[in-house]
Design a protein around this ligand. Structure first.
Ligand code: RI2
Length: 314
């Protein structure tokens, strides 16, 4: 069955693909909000046609970016709610209301989770700390901002995060809050790491073995932190845990356009130069001290237990 998607769904796909909407938590919420609108886009002839339409819309949105597991996890929550509603024998109108409410709940819980992560993580920030953060993670910033609101005094290094410079956004957000922030190039991280007590980063995906997939450069920062005996804290909602990794699948690393690394005009002049532009890398669990989730703080090796609890795996 071919399905006609609404213009707003196509726009959301494009916004995620182009990174107009970015950040693993935010893009999950955007996709779920878009699916909620899609629910009411068509007067479906039957429950089955509605279910098929939402499933296809979910698959379409999932294909916008491959790495952040929050995206398929958020979408699956909605697609599964359709099946659940059907099992509950809801009629079409009731089913649509049920799915719409599930979407609202997901978005609400996602926002609450980031807040909770901030409250939990802030307990690990102490007066006088120097913190380093990489890229632009709402969850990592929730930890830093909450600690600041609690009256703690600390300094932050924000790495610029090539090639898209999301670190500038982080530096701006922190400066706007009144937090002492210094923007450094990614390559300067080792030079300043000896001053850093704690590294706080987010995650796009967490494997069940506790490895963390986050913005390219995170694993380098973590390795340098280990060398310097600085702590590495990852702030991430539990919907960033990848269930597929339990079944042996690897998390796909998105490779983006070479023109994010060097301008097209310059690359055209030097056709022999190849460019690789991975958006993410994998930090092994042994480089991470702990992962702050809305359910509490876990050592990376404890993520498997959390996963089993969340997904009711024996
Ligand atoms: P929150 C971002 O990915 C960054 O890698 C960031 O660390 C991660 O998502 C988590 O962000 P991108 O969308 O969900 O910028 O904590 O490629 O906001």
């Amino acid at each position: 069955m071919s399905v006609e998607f609404s213009p707003q769904l196509k726009q959301t796909f494009e916004d995620i693909r182009s990174m107009k909407v970015r950040g693993a938590g935010r893009l999950a919420r955007a996709a779920v909000a878009s699916l909620k609108e899609e629910v009411f886009y068509v007067n479906d002839e039957s429950v089955d046609k509605f279910a098929m339409r939402i499933q296809k819309a979910g698959e379409y949105l999932k294909s916008s970016r491959p790495t952040a597991v929050s995206l398929p996890n958020g979408i699956n929550t909605i697609v599964k709610s359709v099946q659940k509603g059907i099992q509950m024998k809801l009629d079409l109108d009731q089913l649509k209301e049920f799915v719409s409410k599930t979407a609202d709940d997901f978005i609400q819980k996602s926002i609450e989770a980031q807040k909770k992560i901030g409250e939990i993580g802030a307990k690990r920030i102490t007066n006088g700390d120097t913190i380093l953060t990489h890229c632009n993670s709402q969850s990592a910033l929730s930890v830093i901002k909450t600690a600041f609101k609690e009256g703690k005094s600390f300094k932050v290094f924000a790495t610029e995060t090539r090639p898209r410079y999301q670190g500038r956004l982080t530096a701006k957000w922190l400066a706007d809050e009144g937090i002492d922030v210094t923007l450094i190039t990614d390559g300067a991280a080792r030079l300043y790491m000896r001053k850093v007590d704690k590294v706080v980063v987010g995650a796009d995906a967490i494997a069940v073995n506790g490895a963390v997939v986050n913005k390219i450069g995170t694993s380098t920062v973590a390795a340098i932190a280990k060398e310097s005996r600085s702590r590495v804290m990852v702030a991430a909602e539990t919907y960033k845990i990848s269930p597929q990794t339990y079944f042996g699948e690897l998390i796909e690393i998105e490779i983006r356009s070479p023109y994010e690394v060097a301008p097209k005009g310059w690359l055209d002049k030097h056709p022999k130069i190849k460019v690789l532009n991975p958006a993410f890398d994998v930090t092994p669990p042994e480089y991470i001290d702990f992962i702050i989730t809305e359910k509490g703080i876990y050592p990376p090796q404890g993520i498997i237990m959390l996963f089993k609890e969340l997904y009711e795996v024996q």
